[in-house]
Design a protein around this ligand. Structure first.
Ligand code: G3I
Ligand code: 9MR
Ligand code: ZN
Length: 541
Protein backbone atom coordinates (compact mmCIF):
# COMPACT_ATOMS: atom_id res chain seq x y z
CA UNK A 1 0.00 0.00 0.00
CA UNK A 2 1.37 3.42 -0.84
CA UNK A 3 2.04 6.01 1.80
CA UNK A 4 -0.78 8.07 0.34
CA UNK A 5 -3.47 5.47 0.95
CA UNK A 6 -2.17 4.91 4.48
CA UNK A 7 -3.05 8.46 5.46
CA UNK A 8 -6.38 7.78 7.00
CA UNK A 9 -6.62 10.48 9.61
CA UNK A 10 -8.18 13.47 7.93
CA UNK A 11 -8.52 17.00 9.19
CA UNK A 12 -8.97 20.51 7.87
CA UNK A 13 -5.32 20.97 6.86
CA UNK A 14 -5.46 24.69 7.54
CA UNK A 15 -6.96 24.47 10.96
CA UNK A 16 -9.78 24.97 13.38
CA UNK A 17 -10.99 28.03 15.29
CA UNK A 18 -10.09 28.02 18.98
CA UNK A 19 -13.69 27.79 20.11
CA UNK A 20 -16.07 25.30 18.69
CA UNK A 21 -16.09 21.69 17.67
CA UNK A 22 -12.93 20.07 16.34
CA UNK A 23 -13.38 16.74 14.65
CA UNK A 24 -11.09 14.43 12.71
CA UNK A 25 -12.30 11.57 10.52
CA UNK A 26 -10.51 8.20 10.61
CA UNK A 27 -10.63 5.30 8.20
CA UNK A 28 -8.13 2.95 9.87
CA UNK A 29 -9.01 0.15 12.25
CA UNK A 30 -7.72 1.72 15.43
CA UNK A 31 -9.83 4.06 17.54
CA UNK A 32 -7.37 5.53 20.02
CA UNK A 33 -5.68 8.70 18.85
CA UNK A 34 -3.54 11.47 20.20
CA UNK A 35 -3.12 15.12 19.33
CA UNK A 36 0.54 16.08 19.16
CA UNK A 37 2.12 19.51 19.21
CA UNK A 38 4.18 19.59 16.01
CA UNK A 39 7.01 21.75 17.33
CA UNK A 40 7.62 20.11 20.71
CA UNK A 41 6.37 16.60 19.97
CA UNK A 42 4.31 16.78 23.18
CA UNK A 43 1.05 14.86 23.35
CA UNK A 44 -1.60 17.41 24.30
CA UNK A 45 -4.70 15.23 24.13
CA UNK A 46 -5.65 11.54 24.04
CA UNK A 47 -9.02 10.40 22.81
CA UNK A 48 -10.95 7.66 21.13
CA UNK A 49 -13.14 7.78 18.05
CA UNK A 50 -16.77 6.69 17.87
CA UNK A 51 -18.05 3.28 16.79
CA UNK A 52 -18.02 4.12 13.10
CA UNK A 53 -20.30 3.73 10.09
CA UNK A 54 -20.14 2.97 6.40
CA UNK A 55 -20.24 6.04 4.17
CA UNK A 56 -21.71 5.16 0.79
CA UNK A 57 -20.67 8.25 -1.17
CA UNK A 58 -17.07 7.84 -0.02
CA UNK A 59 -17.03 4.05 -0.08
CA UNK A 60 -15.31 3.65 3.30
CA UNK A 61 -16.07 2.77 6.89
CA UNK A 62 -15.17 5.79 8.95
CA UNK A 63 -15.20 6.95 12.52
CA UNK A 64 -14.93 10.39 14.01
CA UNK A 65 -12.83 11.67 16.90
CA UNK A 66 -13.58 14.81 18.82
CA UNK A 67 -10.65 16.87 20.11
CA UNK A 68 -12.56 20.06 20.87
CA UNK A 69 -10.93 20.12 24.29
CA UNK A 70 -7.66 21.25 22.72
CA UNK A 71 -7.97 24.98 22.99
CA UNK A 72 -4.44 26.27 23.14
CA UNK A 73 -3.21 28.03 20.04
CA UNK A 74 -0.61 26.03 18.17
CA UNK A 75 0.26 23.70 15.34
CA UNK A 76 -0.71 20.06 15.73
CA UNK A 77 -1.18 16.74 14.07
CA UNK A 78 -3.14 13.69 15.04
CA UNK A 79 -1.38 10.37 15.43
CA UNK A 80 -2.32 6.76 15.94
CA UNK A 81 -0.18 3.69 16.54
CA UNK A 82 1.25 1.94 13.45
CA UNK A 83 2.86 5.25 12.46
CA UNK A 84 -0.30 6.91 11.19
CA UNK A 85 -0.34 10.70 11.21
CA UNK A 86 -2.65 13.36 9.86
CA UNK A 87 -1.60 16.46 7.99
CA UNK A 88 -0.59 19.26 10.32
CA UNK A 89 -3.09 21.97 11.16
CA UNK A 90 -3.34 24.99 13.38
CA UNK A 91 -5.71 25.85 16.17
CA UNK A 92 -6.01 29.57 16.41
CA UNK A 93 -8.20 32.57 16.83
CA UNK A 94 -8.15 33.45 13.11
CA UNK A 95 -7.08 30.29 11.29
CA UNK A 96 -8.43 31.32 7.88
CA UNK A 97 -6.98 34.77 7.33
CA UNK A 98 -4.24 33.67 4.94
CA UNK A 99 -6.60 31.29 3.20
CA UNK A 100 -9.00 34.11 2.44
CA UNK A 101 -6.18 36.30 1.15
CA UNK A 102 -5.00 33.43 -1.04
CA UNK A 103 -8.46 32.69 -2.42
CA UNK A 104 -8.81 36.38 -3.29
CA UNK A 105 -5.32 36.68 -4.73
CA UNK A 106 -6.24 33.87 -7.12
CA UNK A 107 -8.35 36.38 -9.04
CA UNK A 108 -5.29 38.52 -9.58
CA UNK A 109 -3.57 35.46 -11.10
CA UNK A 110 -6.61 34.92 -13.34
CA UNK A 111 -6.32 38.45 -14.75
CA UNK A 112 -6.26 38.80 -18.54
CA UNK A 113 -4.91 41.59 -20.73
CA UNK A 114 -2.31 42.82 -18.29
CA UNK A 115 1.19 41.77 -17.35
CA UNK A 116 1.42 39.92 -14.05
CA UNK A 117 4.55 41.46 -12.61
CA UNK A 118 7.13 39.77 -10.43
CA UNK A 119 6.27 42.19 -7.64
CA UNK A 120 2.75 40.78 -7.35
CA UNK A 121 2.95 37.42 -9.08
CA UNK A 122 6.41 36.22 -8.03
CA UNK A 123 7.44 33.14 -10.01
CA UNK A 124 4.01 33.06 -11.64
CA UNK A 125 4.58 36.32 -13.51
CA UNK A 126 3.74 36.45 -17.20
CA UNK A 127 3.37 38.95 -20.01
CA UNK A 128 0.12 40.61 -21.03
CA UNK A 129 -2.24 38.30 -22.93
CA UNK A 130 -5.30 38.48 -25.19
CA UNK A 131 -4.92 42.16 -26.00
CA UNK A 132 -6.12 41.96 -29.63
CA UNK A 133 -9.63 42.96 -30.64
CA UNK A 134 -12.34 40.31 -30.76
CA UNK A 135 -14.44 39.49 -33.80
CA UNK A 136 -18.21 39.51 -33.37
CA UNK A 137 -19.26 36.07 -34.54
CA UNK A 138 -21.07 36.25 -37.86
CA UNK A 139 -19.94 39.85 -38.48
CA UNK A 140 -16.27 39.54 -39.49
CA UNK A 141 -15.98 43.28 -40.07
CA UNK A 142 -17.08 44.14 -36.55
CA UNK A 143 -14.06 43.97 -34.24
CA UNK A 144 -14.24 45.30 -30.71
CA UNK A 145 -12.01 45.83 -27.70
CA UNK A 146 -12.39 42.86 -25.38
CA UNK A 147 -9.32 43.01 -23.15
CA UNK A 148 -9.22 42.64 -19.40
CA UNK A 149 -11.22 40.65 -16.88
CA UNK A 150 -10.34 37.20 -15.58
CA UNK A 151 -9.74 33.99 -17.46
CA UNK A 152 -12.56 31.60 -16.62
CA UNK A 153 -10.60 28.61 -15.53
CA UNK A 154 -7.80 26.36 -16.72
CA UNK A 155 -8.67 27.67 -20.17
CA UNK A 156 -8.46 31.30 -21.29
CA UNK A 157 -12.07 31.81 -22.27
CA UNK A 158 -14.05 34.62 -20.68
CA UNK A 159 -17.69 33.82 -20.15
CA UNK A 160 -20.21 36.48 -19.09
CA UNK A 161 -22.54 34.44 -16.87
CA UNK A 162 -19.88 32.58 -14.89
CA UNK A 163 -18.03 35.89 -14.47
CA UNK A 164 -21.17 37.45 -13.01
CA UNK A 165 -21.60 34.59 -10.54
CA UNK A 166 -18.03 34.99 -9.36
CA UNK A 167 -18.44 38.72 -8.78
CA UNK A 168 -21.83 38.23 -7.12
CA UNK A 169 -20.39 35.82 -4.54
CA UNK A 170 -17.68 38.27 -3.57
CA UNK A 171 -19.86 41.38 -3.51
CA UNK A 172 -22.35 39.49 -1.37
CA UNK A 173 -19.54 38.43 0.95
CA UNK A 174 -18.52 42.04 1.22
CA UNK A 175 -22.10 43.20 1.87
CA UNK A 176 -22.70 40.62 4.59
CA UNK A 177 -19.25 40.45 6.18
CA UNK A 178 -17.46 43.78 5.50
CA UNK A 179 -15.16 43.41 8.50
CA UNK A 180 -13.59 40.35 6.86
CA UNK A 181 -12.23 42.56 4.08
CA UNK A 182 -10.16 45.16 5.87
CA UNK A 183 -6.68 43.80 5.08
CA UNK A 184 -4.97 44.50 1.77
CA UNK A 185 -4.25 41.43 -0.37
CA UNK A 186 -2.30 43.49 -1.68
CA UNK A 187 -3.03 44.39 -5.31
CA UNK A 188 -1.31 46.89 -7.62
CA UNK A 189 -4.38 49.12 -7.18
CA UNK A 190 -4.58 48.90 -3.36
CA UNK A 191 -5.16 52.44 -2.15
CA UNK A 192 -5.94 51.97 1.51
CA UNK A 193 -9.52 53.18 1.17
CA UNK A 194 -11.41 51.05 -1.36
CA UNK A 195 -11.45 47.43 -0.11
CA UNK A 196 -9.25 45.21 -2.27
CA UNK A 197 -12.12 42.81 -2.94
CA UNK A 198 -13.93 45.65 -4.71
CA UNK A 199 -10.83 46.63 -6.66
CA UNK A 200 -10.41 43.06 -7.85
CA UNK A 201 -14.09 42.65 -8.81
CA UNK A 202 -13.87 45.91 -10.72
CA UNK A 203 -11.35 44.25 -13.04
CA UNK A 204 -14.04 41.82 -14.15
CA UNK A 205 -16.81 44.43 -14.18
CA UNK A 206 -14.69 46.64 -16.46
CA UNK A 207 -14.39 43.73 -18.86
CA UNK A 208 -18.09 42.87 -18.62
CA UNK A 209 -19.00 46.35 -19.89
CA UNK A 210 -17.22 45.37 -23.10
CA UNK A 211 -19.48 42.34 -23.47
CA UNK A 212 -22.58 44.52 -23.79
CA UNK A 213 -23.77 45.38 -27.28
CA UNK A 214 -24.03 49.16 -27.26
CA UNK A 215 -26.87 49.14 -29.80
CA UNK A 216 -29.30 46.79 -28.03
CA UNK A 217 -28.11 46.34 -24.44
CA UNK A 218 -27.88 42.57 -25.00
CA UNK A 219 -24.78 40.81 -23.67
CA UNK A 220 -22.53 38.49 -25.65
CA UNK A 221 -22.47 35.04 -24.09
CA UNK A 222 -18.69 34.63 -24.14
CA UNK A 223 -15.40 35.64 -25.63
CA UNK A 224 -13.10 32.80 -26.65
CA UNK A 225 -10.90 31.44 -29.40
CA UNK A 226 -12.63 28.94 -31.69
CA UNK A 227 -11.17 25.99 -29.78
CA UNK A 228 -9.10 25.41 -26.65
CA UNK A 229 -5.33 25.91 -26.97
CA UNK A 230 -2.90 23.17 -25.92
CA UNK A 231 -2.51 22.47 -22.23
CA UNK A 232 0.99 23.95 -21.93
CA UNK A 233 0.26 27.19 -23.80
CA UNK A 234 0.95 30.26 -21.69
CA UNK A 235 -1.68 33.03 -21.88
CA UNK A 236 0.51 35.39 -23.88
CA UNK A 237 1.21 32.65 -26.43
CA UNK A 238 -2.48 32.00 -27.03
CA UNK A 239 -2.78 34.31 -30.01
CA UNK A 240 -5.54 32.77 -32.10
CA UNK A 241 -8.43 35.09 -33.04
CA UNK A 242 -10.94 35.85 -30.31
CA UNK A 243 -14.67 35.74 -31.01
CA UNK A 244 -17.66 37.23 -29.27
CA UNK A 245 -20.28 34.47 -29.28
CA UNK A 246 -23.87 35.62 -29.85
CA UNK A 247 -25.93 37.47 -27.25
CA UNK A 248 -27.85 35.23 -24.85
CA UNK A 249 -30.67 35.92 -22.40
CA UNK A 250 -28.84 34.15 -19.58
CA UNK A 251 -25.73 36.31 -20.05
CA UNK A 252 -27.88 39.44 -20.30
CA UNK A 253 -29.85 38.57 -17.15
CA UNK A 254 -26.68 37.81 -15.20
CA UNK A 255 -25.13 41.03 -16.45
CA UNK A 256 -28.15 43.10 -15.36
CA UNK A 257 -28.12 41.41 -11.95
CA UNK A 258 -24.45 41.91 -11.23
CA UNK A 259 -24.33 45.47 -12.59
CA UNK A 260 -27.31 46.49 -10.46
CA UNK A 261 -25.56 44.95 -7.49
CA UNK A 262 -22.32 46.76 -8.31
CA UNK A 263 -24.19 50.08 -8.66
CA UNK A 264 -25.20 49.72 -5.02
CA UNK A 265 -21.94 48.40 -3.61
CA UNK A 266 -19.59 50.83 -5.39
CA UNK A 267 -21.68 53.93 -4.79
CA UNK A 268 -19.98 55.01 -1.53
CA UNK A 269 -16.57 54.73 -3.22
CA UNK A 270 -17.20 56.02 -6.74
CA UNK A 271 -20.60 57.49 -7.56
CA UNK A 272 -19.81 57.96 -11.26
CA UNK A 273 -18.83 54.32 -11.60
CA UNK A 274 -21.99 53.26 -9.79
CA UNK A 275 -24.07 55.30 -12.22
CA UNK A 276 -22.31 53.66 -15.17
CA UNK A 277 -23.10 50.22 -13.71
CA UNK A 278 -26.74 51.14 -13.20
CA UNK A 279 -27.13 52.51 -16.72
CA UNK A 280 -25.63 49.32 -18.13
CA UNK A 281 -27.95 47.20 -15.97
CA UNK A 282 -30.95 49.22 -17.14
CA UNK A 283 -30.03 48.76 -20.80
CA UNK A 284 -29.62 45.01 -20.28
CA UNK A 285 -33.00 44.87 -18.58
CA UNK A 286 -34.56 46.67 -21.57
CA UNK A 287 -33.12 43.99 -23.85
CA UNK A 288 -34.70 41.31 -21.64
CA UNK A 289 -38.06 43.08 -21.78
CA UNK A 290 -37.81 43.27 -25.57
CA UNK A 291 -36.84 39.60 -25.80
CA UNK A 292 -39.23 37.69 -23.52
CA UNK A 293 -38.83 34.36 -25.23
CA UNK A 294 -35.46 33.36 -26.66
CA UNK A 295 -33.88 29.93 -27.09
CA UNK A 296 -30.99 28.98 -24.82
CA UNK A 297 -27.43 29.53 -26.05
CA UNK A 298 -25.69 26.79 -27.98
CA UNK A 299 -22.21 26.95 -29.45
CA UNK A 300 -22.05 28.17 -33.06
CA UNK A 301 -20.78 25.34 -35.28
CA UNK A 302 -17.17 26.58 -35.49
CA UNK A 303 -16.84 27.25 -31.75
CA UNK A 304 -16.01 24.36 -29.40
CA UNK A 305 -15.02 26.12 -26.16
CA UNK A 306 -17.15 25.92 -22.98
CA UNK A 307 -20.82 26.21 -23.81
CA UNK A 308 -22.37 27.05 -20.46
CA UNK A 309 -25.65 25.99 -21.96
CA UNK A 310 -28.70 26.81 -19.89
CA UNK A 311 -32.16 26.50 -21.37
CA UNK A 312 -33.91 28.33 -18.52
CA UNK A 313 -33.39 32.10 -18.33
CA UNK A 314 -36.21 32.88 -15.86
CA UNK A 315 -33.87 32.60 -12.87
CA UNK A 316 -31.37 35.06 -14.37
CA UNK A 317 -34.25 37.47 -15.11
CA UNK A 318 -35.53 37.04 -11.55
CA UNK A 319 -32.12 37.86 -10.12
CA UNK A 320 -31.82 40.90 -12.38
CA UNK A 321 -35.25 42.21 -11.37
CA UNK A 322 -34.57 41.65 -7.66
CA UNK A 323 -31.22 43.48 -7.78
CA UNK A 324 -32.63 46.33 -9.84
CA UNK A 325 -35.48 46.65 -7.37
CA UNK A 326 -33.14 46.56 -4.41
CA UNK A 327 -30.85 49.18 -5.92
CA UNK A 328 -33.46 51.58 -7.36
CA UNK A 329 -36.66 50.92 -5.41
CA UNK A 330 -38.59 51.25 -8.67
CA UNK A 331 -42.00 49.62 -8.73
CA UNK A 332 -41.56 48.34 -12.30
CA UNK A 333 -38.81 46.00 -11.09
CA UNK A 334 -40.84 44.90 -8.08
CA UNK A 335 -43.68 43.95 -10.39
CA UNK A 336 -41.24 41.94 -12.49
CA UNK A 337 -40.06 40.06 -9.39
CA UNK A 338 -43.63 39.28 -8.40
CA UNK A 339 -44.36 37.83 -11.84
CA UNK A 340 -41.12 35.93 -12.34
CA UNK A 341 -41.12 34.33 -8.89
CA UNK A 342 -44.28 32.45 -9.80
CA UNK A 343 -42.50 30.53 -12.56
CA UNK A 344 -40.93 27.14 -12.07
CA UNK A 345 -37.18 27.34 -11.44
CA UNK A 346 -35.04 26.74 -8.36
CA UNK A 347 -35.35 29.66 -5.94
CA UNK A 348 -32.44 28.72 -3.67
CA UNK A 349 -29.70 27.66 -6.09
CA UNK A 350 -26.44 29.51 -6.60
CA UNK A 351 -24.89 27.70 -9.55
CA UNK A 352 -23.67 29.28 -12.79
CA UNK A 353 -26.79 27.98 -14.50
CA UNK A 354 -29.23 28.33 -11.61
CA UNK A 355 -29.05 31.87 -10.34
CA UNK A 356 -32.43 31.99 -8.61
CA UNK A 357 -30.89 31.92 -5.15
CA UNK A 358 -29.24 35.28 -5.76
CA UNK A 359 -32.64 36.73 -6.62
CA UNK A 360 -34.13 35.38 -3.43
CA UNK A 361 -31.24 36.64 -1.31
CA UNK A 362 -31.45 40.10 -2.93
CA UNK A 363 -35.18 40.30 -2.30
CA UNK A 364 -34.75 39.30 1.34
CA UNK A 365 -31.79 41.62 1.93
CA UNK A 366 -33.92 44.48 0.64
CA UNK A 367 -35.97 44.07 3.80
CA UNK A 368 -39.51 43.22 4.75
CA UNK A 369 -40.65 46.84 4.60
CA UNK A 370 -40.03 47.09 0.87
CA UNK A 371 -41.38 43.62 0.13
CA UNK A 372 -44.67 41.99 -0.54
CA UNK A 373 -45.22 40.59 2.96
CA UNK A 374 -46.50 37.19 1.90
CA UNK A 375 -43.70 36.69 -0.62
CA UNK A 376 -41.07 37.83 1.85
CA UNK A 377 -42.34 35.34 4.43
CA UNK A 378 -42.52 32.45 2.00
CA UNK A 379 -39.05 33.07 0.54
CA UNK A 380 -37.52 33.35 3.98
CA UNK A 381 -39.26 30.22 5.14
CA UNK A 382 -38.23 28.42 1.96
CA UNK A 383 -34.61 29.42 2.32
CA UNK A 384 -34.45 28.31 5.93
CA UNK A 385 -36.20 25.04 5.06
CA UNK A 386 -33.66 24.40 2.32
CA UNK A 387 -30.84 25.06 4.78
CA UNK A 388 -32.46 22.67 7.26
CA UNK A 389 -32.60 20.04 4.55
CA UNK A 390 -28.89 20.56 3.83
CA UNK A 391 -28.05 20.37 7.53
CA UNK A 392 -30.01 17.16 7.91
CA UNK A 393 -28.31 15.67 4.88
CA UNK A 394 -24.94 16.64 6.35
CA UNK A 395 -25.74 14.70 9.51
CA UNK A 396 -26.37 11.61 7.36
CA UNK A 397 -23.03 11.80 5.56
CA UNK A 398 -19.81 10.55 7.14
CA UNK A 399 -17.76 13.56 6.14
CA UNK A 400 -20.53 15.85 7.42
CA UNK A 401 -21.32 17.66 4.17
CA UNK A 402 -24.62 17.94 2.33
CA UNK A 403 -23.67 16.07 -0.86
CA UNK A 404 -25.39 12.80 -1.59
CA UNK A 405 -23.76 10.21 -3.80
CA UNK A 406 -25.43 11.62 -6.94
CA UNK A 407 -24.26 15.15 -6.16
CA UNK A 408 -20.63 14.39 -7.00
CA UNK A 409 -20.88 15.99 -10.44
CA UNK A 410 -18.40 18.06 -12.49
CA UNK A 411 -17.42 20.90 -10.17
CA UNK A 412 -18.83 19.19 -7.06
CA UNK A 413 -16.72 21.47 -4.91
CA UNK A 414 -18.83 24.35 -6.18
CA UNK A 415 -21.87 22.57 -4.79
CA UNK A 416 -20.05 22.06 -1.49
CA UNK A 417 -19.30 25.78 -1.23
CA UNK A 418 -22.65 26.94 -2.68
CA UNK A 419 -24.48 24.82 -0.13
CA UNK A 420 -22.33 26.32 2.61
CA UNK A 421 -23.24 29.78 1.29
CA UNK A 422 -26.92 28.90 1.41
CA UNK A 423 -26.51 27.68 4.99
CA UNK A 424 -24.82 30.96 5.86
CA UNK A 425 -27.57 32.97 4.18
CA UNK A 426 -30.03 31.06 6.38
CA UNK A 427 -27.93 31.90 9.42
CA UNK A 428 -28.01 35.57 8.38
CA UNK A 429 -31.79 35.68 8.06
CA UNK A 430 -32.70 33.39 10.97
CA UNK A 431 -29.91 34.10 13.44
CA UNK A 432 -29.45 30.35 13.96
CA UNK A 433 -25.68 29.81 14.30
CA UNK A 434 -26.14 26.05 13.93
CA UNK A 435 -26.23 26.69 10.19
CA UNK A 436 -22.78 28.27 10.40
CA UNK A 437 -21.40 25.19 12.18
CA UNK A 438 -22.64 23.08 9.30
CA UNK A 439 -21.17 25.51 6.75
CA UNK A 440 -17.83 25.24 8.54
CA UNK A 441 -17.98 21.46 8.19
CA UNK A 442 -18.19 22.06 4.42
CA UNK A 443 -15.02 24.12 4.59
CA UNK A 444 -13.34 21.34 6.57
CA UNK A 445 -14.18 18.95 3.72
CA UNK A 446 -12.76 21.31 1.09
CA UNK A 447 -9.55 21.75 3.05
CA UNK A 448 -8.81 18.09 3.56
CA UNK A 449 -11.32 16.34 5.77
CA UNK A 450 -12.45 14.11 2.92
CA UNK A 451 -11.90 10.52 1.92
CA UNK A 452 -8.89 11.41 -0.26
CA UNK A 453 -7.16 13.41 2.48
CA UNK A 454 -6.60 16.20 -0.02
CA UNK A 455 -6.85 19.94 0.27
CA UNK A 456 -8.66 21.07 -2.86
CA UNK A 457 -7.02 24.53 -2.73
CA UNK A 458 -3.59 24.77 -4.37
CA UNK A 459 -0.84 25.96 -2.05
CA UNK A 460 -2.89 25.49 1.13
CA UNK A 461 -2.41 22.39 3.24
CA UNK A 462 0.22 19.64 3.61
CA UNK A 463 -1.51 17.51 0.96
CA UNK A 464 -2.88 20.10 -1.44
CA UNK A 465 -3.68 19.74 -5.13
CA UNK A 466 -0.41 19.99 -7.07
CA UNK A 467 -1.34 19.31 -10.69
CA UNK A 468 -4.46 21.26 -11.63
CA UNK A 469 -5.76 21.39 -15.20
CA UNK A 470 -4.69 25.02 -15.43
CA UNK A 471 -2.74 26.11 -18.47
CA UNK A 472 -0.45 28.65 -16.76
CA UNK A 473 0.44 26.11 -14.04
CA UNK A 474 1.27 23.52 -16.68
CA UNK A 475 3.12 25.87 -19.03
CA UNK A 476 5.15 28.01 -16.64
CA UNK A 477 7.86 25.49 -15.63
CA UNK A 478 7.40 26.50 -11.98
CA UNK A 479 7.18 23.41 -9.77
CA UNK A 480 4.31 24.66 -7.63
CA UNK A 481 0.95 25.45 -9.21
CA UNK A 482 -0.45 28.96 -9.03
CA UNK A 483 -1.66 29.16 -5.41
CA UNK A 484 -5.15 29.73 -4.04
CA UNK A 485 -7.07 27.92 -6.79
CA UNK A 486 -10.08 25.73 -5.93
CA UNK A 487 -10.14 22.47 -7.86
CA UNK A 488 -13.44 21.09 -9.20
CA UNK A 489 -13.36 17.93 -7.11
CA UNK A 490 -14.85 14.46 -7.56
CA UNK A 491 -17.10 13.84 -10.58
CA UNK A 492 -18.62 10.35 -10.59
CA UNK A 493 -19.64 10.79 -14.25
CA UNK A 494 -16.02 10.18 -15.37
CA UNK A 495 -16.08 12.89 -18.01
CA UNK A 496 -12.52 12.86 -19.36
CA UNK A 497 -10.23 10.29 -20.94
CA UNK A 498 -7.81 10.16 -18.02
CA UNK A 499 -10.42 9.29 -15.40
CA UNK A 500 -12.16 6.86 -17.74
CA UNK A 501 -8.90 4.97 -17.84
CA UNK A 502 -7.94 5.25 -14.18
CA UNK A 503 -10.99 5.62 -11.93
CA UNK A 504 -13.48 2.98 -13.11
CA UNK A 505 -15.55 1.59 -10.26
CA UNK A 506 -14.52 4.14 -7.65
CA UNK A 507 -17.07 5.42 -5.12
CA UNK A 508 -18.46 8.89 -5.94
CA UNK A 509 -16.30 10.96 -3.60
CA UNK A 510 -13.17 9.15 -4.81
CA UNK A 511 -13.76 10.01 -8.47
CA UNK A 512 -11.01 12.60 -8.45
CA UNK A 513 -7.41 12.58 -9.54
CA UNK A 514 -4.74 15.20 -8.97
CA UNK A 515 -3.52 14.96 -12.55
CA UNK A 516 -3.25 17.82 -15.04
CA UNK A 517 -5.03 15.84 -17.75
CA UNK A 518 -8.20 15.40 -15.72
CA UNK A 519 -10.19 18.45 -16.74
CA UNK A 520 -13.45 17.05 -15.38
CA UNK A 521 -12.13 16.60 -11.84
CA UNK A 522 -9.07 18.78 -11.44
CA UNK A 523 -9.69 21.94 -13.40
CA UNK A 524 -10.00 25.24 -11.51
CA UNK A 525 -12.43 28.11 -12.12
CA UNK A 526 -13.21 31.60 -10.85
CA UNK A 527 -16.71 30.53 -9.78
CA UNK A 528 -15.38 27.67 -7.68
CA UNK A 529 -13.09 30.12 -5.87
CA UNK A 530 -15.75 32.76 -5.32
CA UNK A 531 -18.19 30.85 -3.08
CA UNK A 532 -15.16 29.73 -1.06
CA UNK A 533 -14.30 33.40 -0.53
CA UNK A 534 -17.82 33.96 0.78
CA UNK A 535 -17.67 31.02 3.17
CA UNK A 536 -14.22 31.81 4.52
CA UNK A 537 -15.14 35.49 4.97
CA UNK A 538 -17.93 34.46 7.37
CA UNK A 539 -15.30 32.92 9.64
CA UNK A 540 -12.88 35.84 9.34
CA UNK A 541 -15.05 38.61 10.71
O1 G3I B 1 -27.40 19.07 -13.82
C1 G3I B 1 -27.11 17.71 -14.13
C2 G3I B 1 -27.70 16.81 -13.10
O2 G3I B 1 -29.09 16.92 -13.11
C3 G3I B 1 -27.24 15.38 -13.38
O3 G3I B 1 -27.69 14.54 -12.35
C4 G3I B 1 -25.73 15.32 -13.45
C5 G3I B 1 -25.22 13.96 -13.82
O4 G3I B 1 -23.92 14.01 -14.35
O5 G3I B 1 -25.29 16.21 -14.41
C6 G3I B 1 -25.62 17.54 -14.17
O6 G3I B 1 -25.11 18.30 -15.23
C7 G3I B 1 -23.73 18.52 -15.23
C8 G3I B 1 -23.54 20.01 -15.28
O7 G3I B 1 -22.20 20.32 -15.43
C9 G3I B 1 -24.09 20.64 -13.99
O8 G3I B 1 -23.50 21.80 -13.63
C10 G3I B 1 -23.10 17.85 -16.43
O9 G3I B 1 -23.14 16.46 -16.27
C11 G3I B 1 -21.67 18.30 -16.57
O10 G3I B 1 -21.11 17.78 -17.76
C12 G3I B 1 -21.58 19.80 -16.59
O11 G3I B 1 -20.25 20.16 -16.50
C13 G3I B 1 -19.89 21.47 -16.85
C14 G3I B 1 -18.70 21.38 -17.81
O12 G3I B 1 -18.21 22.68 -18.09
C15 G3I B 1 -19.05 20.70 -19.11
O13 G3I B 1 -20.02 21.38 -19.78
C16 G3I B 1 -19.47 22.20 -15.60
O14 G3I B 1 -20.60 22.44 -14.77
C17 G3I B 1 -18.82 23.53 -15.93
O15 G3I B 1 -18.30 24.07 -14.75
C18 G3I B 1 -17.70 23.30 -16.93
O16 G3I B 1 -17.19 24.54 -17.28
C19 G3I B 1 -15.95 24.54 -17.97
C20 G3I B 1 -16.19 25.40 -19.21
O17 G3I B 1 -17.06 24.70 -20.07
C21 G3I B 1 -14.90 25.79 -19.88
N1 G3I B 1 -13.98 26.36 -18.93
C22 G3I B 1 -13.67 25.51 -17.84
C23 G3I B 1 -14.88 25.12 -17.05
C24 G3I B 1 -14.57 24.19 -15.90
O18 G3I B 1 -14.27 22.89 -16.24
O1 9MR C 1 -8.81 22.08 -21.54
C1 9MR C 1 -10.21 22.16 -21.69
C2 9MR C 1 -10.85 22.61 -20.40
O2 9MR C 1 -10.39 23.88 -20.05
C3 9MR C 1 -12.36 22.52 -20.51
O3 9MR C 1 -12.99 22.80 -19.30
C4 9MR C 1 -12.76 21.14 -20.96
C5 9MR C 1 -14.25 20.97 -21.12
O4 9MR C 1 -14.78 21.82 -22.00
O5 9MR C 1 -12.15 20.82 -22.17
C6 9MR C 1 -10.74 20.83 -22.10
O6 9MR C 1 -10.22 20.55 -23.36
C7 9MR C 1 -10.22 19.20 -23.70
C8 9MR C 1 -11.21 18.94 -24.81
O7 9MR C 1 -12.52 19.23 -24.36
C9 9MR C 1 -11.10 17.52 -25.29
N1 9MR C 1 -9.73 17.20 -25.66
C10 9MR C 1 -8.77 17.40 -24.59
C11 9MR C 1 -8.80 18.83 -24.08
C12 9MR C 1 -7.87 18.99 -22.87
O8 9MR C 1 -6.56 18.94 -23.16
ZN1 ZN D 1 -5.67 36.49 -21.26
Amino acid sequence: MSERTLRTITVNQIGYPLDGQKIAVFTGTEHDFQVVDVDSGTIVFKGSSDAGRFDKASGVTLHTGDFSEVNTEGRYRIEQGEGLASASFSISDQPYHELQQGLLKAFYYYRCGVELTEEYAGDWKHKACHTAKGIVYGQPDLQLDCSGGWHDAGDYGKYSGPGAKAIADMLLAYELYPSAFVSAIPLPESDGSTPDVLLECRVELDWLFKMQDSATGGVYHKLTTLSFPGLDVMPEDDTADLYFSPISATATGDFAGVMAMAARVYKPFDAAYARKCLDAAGAAWEWLVQHPDVPGFTNPPEISTGEYGDGVDKDERYWAAAELYRTTGKEEYHQAVLQLVQLAFPKYSLGWGDMGGYGTIAYLLNGEEQADRALYASLKEGLVAEAQRLAEQSREEGYRISLKEEDYIWGSNMLVMNNAMLLLAAEYFSGDSGFADCALDHLHYLMGRNVLDISYVTGFGDHAVMNPHHRPSVGDHVADPVPGLVSGGPDRGLHDEYVVEHLQGKPAAQCFVDHELSYSTNEVTIYWNSPAVFVVARFNQ
